[in-house]
Design a binder for this molecule. Sequence first.
Ligand code: SF4
Length: 181
Amino acid sequence: MNEPLIQNYELEVFTPPCDPGAERFAATVRLPIDISEVLPYLNATLHGAVYHMAANALTWKKGGHNIAFHPHEISTSNVEDRQAAIKELEGLIRLVNRTWERRAEIPPDYQTHQRPNPMAIYQLLPKTNCKKCGEPTCFIFSLKLVASQKKIADCPPLLEPEFSENLSKLQAIVIDAPAIG
Ligand code: SF4
């Protein structure tokens, strides 16, 4: 078995300097190796990721957290507590290692994709505000879908036959982000 791409790192958790004493946390791992080569593979597999080849950076929103991958650094922000920040970064390291291990089966993607537009998503929802997804309105649901805080399957009416065309369109533009495990 190949050795993992990331084996060593330094992890730091802090409250953002612009907001000392804040209730939210940010965290960074500093890497002794350059992970630039894995970024196009992450771009191909992480739905909603935005890759900038010239800047050698990839950003991704996951569960309301802002995640950024740089050649020697991975960071996350807006995390509820210290332990959650550490857990998330450790999950991201595993994600990078898994993606690198599987790179032979993933066509790399060098394009910069725009994040899905919440209004375009809203137009494809049933627009009944039935609340079965746990949200007060379909528009709030569309915002959470864009932020990967909800999945398409959280809206049961979308699975009914009358919305099958909308469901296919949604699946093409919003791909549910994989769990970081
Ligand atoms: S379950 Fe679907 S239709 Fe109902 S409020 Fe949520 S998004 Fe709208």
